[in-house]
Structure formats: C-alpha cells, structure tokens
Design a protein around this ligand. Sequence first.
Ligand code: 3PG
Ligand code: CO
Length: 549
Amino acid sequence: MEQLKKNEAFSGPEGPVVLVIMDGVGIGKNPETDYVKIANTPNLDWLKENAIYTEVAAHGRAAGLPDDGDMGNSEVGHNAIGCGRVFDQGAALVRNAINTGSMYEGEVWKKVTGNVKDKDSTLHFLGLCSDGNVHSNLEHFEAMVKQAKADGIKKIRLHALIDGRDVPPTSALEYVERIENFLAEMNADGTVDYCVASGGGRQNITMDRYDANWPMIEAGWKTHVKAEGRMFASMKEAVEVFRSENEGILDQDLPPFVIERDGAPVGPIVDGDSVILFNFRGDRALEITKAFEAQELSEFPRGPKPDVLYAGMMQYDGDLGVPELFLVAPPAIDRTMSEYLSNAGVKQFAISETQKFGHVTYFFNGNNSGKFETETWKEVPSDVCPFENAPRMKAAEITDEVVAAIKGGEYKFIRLNFPNGDMVGHTGVFEAVKVAVEAVDEGVGRIMEALKETGGIMVCSADHGNSDDMCALDKKTGEIKLDENGKPQPKTAHSLNPVPVFVYDPSDAAHAEKADVEKPGIANLAATCITLLGYEAPEDYTPSLVTVG
Ligand code: 3PG
Ligand code: CO
C-alpha cells in the first residue's frame, strides 16, 4: 500500500489532532424531542458559532446500508469514519447473498444443512428477532428457513432474542406474531416441525459485547443450549407473563424463557445439531460465538460443550478469523486510516470505556481486533449497571486520559468515543439523556482547553444520532405519542438525523476553511483528520471537509 504524501503547504499543528466521536449525538429536527438541544451544552453551542461547522449524513447509503430508510449505527459509522470510504455493509451484503441465492450455493450453507440431514438432527437459528437491520433482520431468518425446508430440513428451532433497542421499545409482540404466523405457515403441510425453543431480552442474555458482562452469555447458554429456565407454552405467553409481572419493562430487558411441549423443553442444543447465529454484526456476536467454539472456556462454567456445527452469518473478526464458518463474507475493508498513519510513523492513541472500546478500535479499524504498530489503545472499565442510573458514565475519566495524552506530547493523533449520548439514549429515560449529553459537553470543553494550551486541533463529530430524537411520534400525525399518563413515549433506537462536525483549531495552525463537498457523510472525517495532520488523503478516500494551508 502506498505511503501518505506530506502536504507541502502545511505540515500539521504543533499539538495533536484529536477526533472526538460523540456516540449517538445527532442534530434533531424537533426541539421537543431533541435532548441534545434540551441539554445545557455551552461548549457545543460555542463551537457551532465560532468553529468551522458542518453537518454530515450518518445513515442509509452514506454508511453503506441498504437504503436511506436505515438508521445509522456504531458499526457502520465507525467503519466509515475509520476507513474513509463507504463499503456495502453486512445488512446489504446478506440481503444480496440471499436474493441472488449465492448464500445457498456456498460451502457453509451446504455443510450446515448437510450435517442436519446426515444425522437427522436439528437446525437451530439464534439471533435478534426484529427488522432493525443493525445486528440482524428477521427477513434473513425467514428466507433461510424457507430454503432449509426446500432443502429437506425437518426440524428447526429458533432461539429468539427480543429487541426493543433498534426498534420501538415495546414492540415485541408484533415480531412474535410475525414469527408465529410464519412458522405456522411452514408447518401447515405437516411435513416439518419448526418452532421457537427459547429466548429473552437482548440486554439480559446472549448479546453482551467487549467482555463487559459475561454472566449475560452464561444466562444465554443456559437458556438456549441447556434449555434450563422458566418454561412457557409459547413465546407470546412468555412476553405477556413477564410484562404482567414487571410493570413498564422494556423488551430489551425481558427475562429468559424456554419453550416446552408436554412438559419438556422443545429445543435444547445437542450433539450432532447445527447452529446458525443469524446476526451479521460482530460486537455482540463474538462472546456467544466463543462459547460455542472455544475448546476451553474460562469465562463461565460452560459444562460439556455439545458437538455442533456452528456458523455465523458473517465473519465477525477478520484478525481472529472468528467464527470458523460463516455464511457471507464481510465487507473487504482495507487501507484504514490507522494503517496509513501507522505506516507514516504517526503515533496514535485510541480510548473509550468498555461499552464502546471496540467501536473506536476494532470497528474503527474495519472489524479487525489487531493493532497497528504506532497505535496505543486504552480501555476505561465501564460500570455494569443500567446506564440511566449513571448517565455520566466514564466521560470524565476518558477526558482525564485524553487531556493527559494531549499534554504528554507523545501522540499526534488521538481518537476517542464518548458513549453517553448513545448508551443512555437507548434507555429511553429523558432526564438521564440530558445529563448524559451534558457530561459529553463538559468533556469536549476540557479537551478544547488542552488543545488551546498545546496548539492542537479538534475534529468533533458523531457516528450516528440517538439522543437527538428521543420520543416516539405518531406515524400519521407526526405528533409525540403519549402514554396513559399523558407523558411522551420514549424512543430507544438510533435516529435518521445528520450529525455535526466541528473543526476547532485555536492557534489557527491549519488556516482551515470549510471545503465545498457534495453530499458529505461521516466517511469524509478520515480525510479531514489526515489533512489536518499535514498529509494528503489517499485519492480514493471521500474528500476532506476542510482545506488547509
Ligand atoms: C446496540 O448494540 O447497543 C444497538 O443495537 C446499536 O447501538 P450502537 O450501534 O450504537 O452500538
Ligand atoms: Co447505539
């Protein structure tokens, strides 16, 4: 790969270039539901008036998603920011592999289904059951089940993770109905036995990430594999009973359940079975994948590991080669900005707290967990608690480290992620979201001060929106939906809104000016940072949002 060329007219600032990613902080359209606006944000307000300011798209095609109706998310957002180009992402690649049939012609599909046919065993599907298109899409599950039936698979079990985080917070029964009708249709001719076997809320079991909370994986293993837990006759019954027992519970937090028939669990995962994890996104798929694949596992007492053929929808980690078997090849993200900067000898520091640590490292580097030579990574441990109870999260601790790194002078490029706007946005607790955004604003202010002292430059933006759009709206009228007490109903998912970009150069080292860029998106941030570091961005990167010199 070619080296970055130095810019003759500008050799970079005295201090570092700092890229601040304010996770989930977009630009709202409705002041009543925009908690970024409602929060007290003197630093962001000052930047908007005094720094270079622009707005960029962070959803849909600008992030490599199938279409512009798809909200952005952190995986595709950090991929785009880190690699400076827009690649077709998991959601689009899987849809394509299914529509063209290439998935079913592949070796892995044949292996997984062949195993079940040879052994007269069960094909298990495990995954997030919604159409959020962030981690999964129920359409993909349905298409694969239809194909499996055509291929002669007699027994299928679904281990259904309930969403409410990428879709409305209490929409579970819509998906349950869709699943149950679909399976009934499949079973109607009496030739197959397809049903739900287990499940639970995604923030309760199976979908932990970045080693934050392994007991969630343990609970998932117990539920899906061992089929141990509270039993119900159907998924619908499980959801209804849990809701009646836990007033106001959100779908993502629903307890685990096991489905029984004649008093026995209907689908434990046993020797000889095949398992497909149909989530295409990696962060929350890696731990459960490890539980299925690792010969030895120290994270929890797994018990005997069933001898199954396990496949992921995608390869979740290109460096680790995990999982071994996958149905669709991931986007071929290469030549990330970290790699270019490493080759140029630019020392880099990446930091966040556990919940978003992999975002600013593994996602930023194109879904690879390996580090480039000049990179240093730092993880601040996240609390293990509902984040509405601790909405400031570790913003202050992350900022302490960043300020020290700025002043220490060792690093020329520093990137960080403040998770608050997103992690607290997903809880749907309005007051907490306001505090979360204020904590981010304070962090940004302290970083600005340190850059003023050292002659560095800040690029401050976001990977997608969330806290800028916190209330559910009535689809027909556009009015805020109210609950039975007349209070606005929360929206826990990301938004479709654009995100801000502030370029703050207190010593005016770069003489930066806003560039005229057509249809800017978050991918343009990579070239922007490279330009501000005093290099020419690679030719096929989407262009810098500023000119310098
Ligand atoms: C999650 O995994 O928490 C949500 O599905 C998406 O949030 P993120 O893309 O901001 O991580
Ligand atoms: Co999010």
